[in-house]
Design a binder for this molecule. Structure first.
Ligand code: PMP
Length: 375
C-alpha cells in the first residue's frame, strides 16, 4: 500500500448531524446559556491580537473587577476551566517545599490539596465532613501551627451546598504573612464577595455557573501581595499560566456578554434574586417532605441547594427518572458528598421561581413514581 493512501475511513458518526438536546440544566453547572450570550459567542471570529480584541479583553477585565469588587490590575480571564484557575493560583504563588494550608469541607479543598501536593508543597489540611465550616479561631490556630504561605478556602462549596463566611479571614492571613486564596466558581454573582474589602489575595471563578457563559474561560485576580510573591520566587513555576497564546475568542465574546448582563443587572440585585428564589425553593422542598442538607439557613449556598437523600429512595433512580421524564438535570453529590445529597442549581439566568416550580414538580413526580424500598 502506498504511504499516501487513506486507510482509516471517515467514521460513520461524523456523517451524522450533531445531536445536543435542549435540557434544563438545574444541576450545579454548567447552567443554561441565554440566547444573548449564545449570540455573542456565535459572532464572527477576529484575531486574538486585533485592536478590537484588546478592547474586549480590557472590557472583560473591568467586568471582572466589578464582579469581584476589586481594583487589582492583575485581573484576567484565563483560557480554561475553573480547575485551570485553581492550578494557576497554586502553581504561580507556591514554591516546592513551602507550607500550604487547605480547608476541606467538600471536594474542592481535596482537589487543591492534591494539586499543591503534586507540585511539591508541604500540604496541611483542616478537614470537616461535607457541609461543615471553620471558625476564624480554628483557622488562626492552624495558621499559627503550620505557618503557611497560602491558605485556601472555598466560598461556594457546591458539593455540599455551603456558602462559607469569609469576613475576618483575610485579616488573619495578613497577620500571619499568608496569602488568602478563595474559590468562588459556584458562588460568584449569587452570594456577596468583596475581594478588596475582605482582603482576599487571589480570587477565581468559572464562566459556566451564575455567569451563564459556556464553560472554558475562568476569571482570576491577584492583588499586589500575591503579585509580589509570584514575581519574587526563587524557582520557576511548574506551569506558566499567564503567557501569550491564541485565546478562545468566541469564549471571550460570550464571557464579555455575561459580565455585561451582570453589570446591567447589578450585583446587589443578582444576590437578592438568588436568595429569594433559593428561599422559595427551600419552602417547596420542605412542602414535599424533603430535608435540606445544610440546617443553618444563612450558610446555604443560594446557587446550589443540597437535599438530604430521602429515606428509602435510591438517589440514582430519582435523578435518572427526572432526566428521562423531564429532560432536567439535577445531580447527586460529588467526592465526599456522594450518597449524602442531591443537588439543585438555579443560577443566573436559570434563577427564577418558575424554574424552581418546574424542579419541584419533577421531584414530586419522581418521588411518586420511583419505588421506595423498605431496606
Ligand atoms: N470549584 C467549585 C466550587 C466548583 O463548583 C467547580 C465546578 N463544579 C470547580 C471549582 C471546578 O470548575 P471546572 O469544572 O470549570 O473546572
Amino acid at each position: 500500500r502506498s504511504m499516501s493512501s487513506v486507510t482509516i475511513p471517515p467514521p460513520p458518526c461524523m456523517l451524522r448531524p450533531l445531536e445536543a438536546p435542549l435540557r434544563y440544566l438545574f444541576g450545579p453547572g454548567p447552567s443554561n446559556v441565554p440566547p444573548r450570550i449564545l449570540t455573542a459567542g456565535g459572532r464572527p471570529i477576529i484575531g486574538h491580537l486585533h485592536p478590537e480584541m484588546y478592547e474586549i479583553m480590557n472590557d472583560i477585565k473591568q467586568g471582572i473587577q466589578y464582579a469581584f469588587q476589586t481594583e487589582n490590575n492583575m485581573t484576567i480571564a484565563m483560557s480554561g476551566s475553573g480547575h485551570a484557575a485553581m492550578e494557576c493560583a497554586v502553581f504561580n504563588t507556591v514554591e516546592p517545599g513551602e507550607s500550604v494550608l487547605v480547608a476541606i469541607n467538600g471536594i474542592w479543598g481535596e482537589r487543591v490539596a492534591e494539586i499543591a501536593e503534586r507540585m511539591g508543597a508541604n500540604v496541611h489540611t483542616m478537614v470537616k465532613t461535607p457541609g461543615g465550616y471553620f471558625s476564624n479561631k480554628e483557622i488562626e490556630q492552624a495558621m499559627e501551627k503550620y505557618k503557611p504561605v497560602l491558605f485556601f478556602l472555598t466560598h461556594g462549596e457546591s458539593s455540599a451546598g455551603l456558602c462559607h463566611p469569609v469576613d475576618g479571614i483575610g485579616d488573619i492571613c495578613r497577620k500571619h504573612n499568608c496569602l488568602f486564596l478563595v474559590d468562588t466558581v459556584a458562588s460568584l454573582g449569587a452570594a456577596p464577595i468583596f475581594m478588596d474589602k475582605q482582603n482576599i489575595d487571589i480570587l477565581y471563578t468559572g464562566s459556566q455557573k451564575a455567569l451563564n457563559a459556556p464553560p472554558g474561560t475562568a476569571p482570576i485576580s491577584f492583588n499586589d501581595r500575591a503579585c509580589h510573591k509570584m514575581f519574587n520566587r526563587k524557582t520557576k513555576p511548574v506551569q506558566i499560566c499567564l503567557y501569550h497564546h491564541t485565546g478562545p475568542v468566541s469564549g471571550f465574546f460570550a464571557l464579555r456578554e455575561s459580565l455585561a448582563i451582570l453589570a446591567e443587572k447589578g450585583l446587589e440585585e443578582s444576590w437578592r434574586k438568588h436568595k429569594e428564589v433559593a428561599a422559595y425553593l427551600y419552602r417547596g422542598l420542605e412542602d414535599l417532605g424533603l430535608k435540606l442538607f445544610i440546617p443553618e439557613r444563612d450558610l446555604r449556598l443560594p446557587s446550589v441547594t443540597t437535599i438530604a437523600i430521602p429515606e428509602g429512595y435510591n438517589w440514582r433512580e430519582l435523578l435518572a427518572y427526572i432526566m428521562k421524564h423531564h429532560q432536567m438535570e439535577m445531580t447527586g453529590g460529588l467526592g465526599p458528598s456522594i450518597g449524602m445529597v442531591m443537588r439543585i442549581g438555579l443560577m443566573g439566568y436559570n434563577c427564577e421561581k418558575t424554574n424552581a416550580d418546574m424542579a419541584l414538580h419533577a421531584l414530586a413526580d419522581a418521588l411518586k413514581n420511583c419505588k421506595k424500598s423498605k431496606a
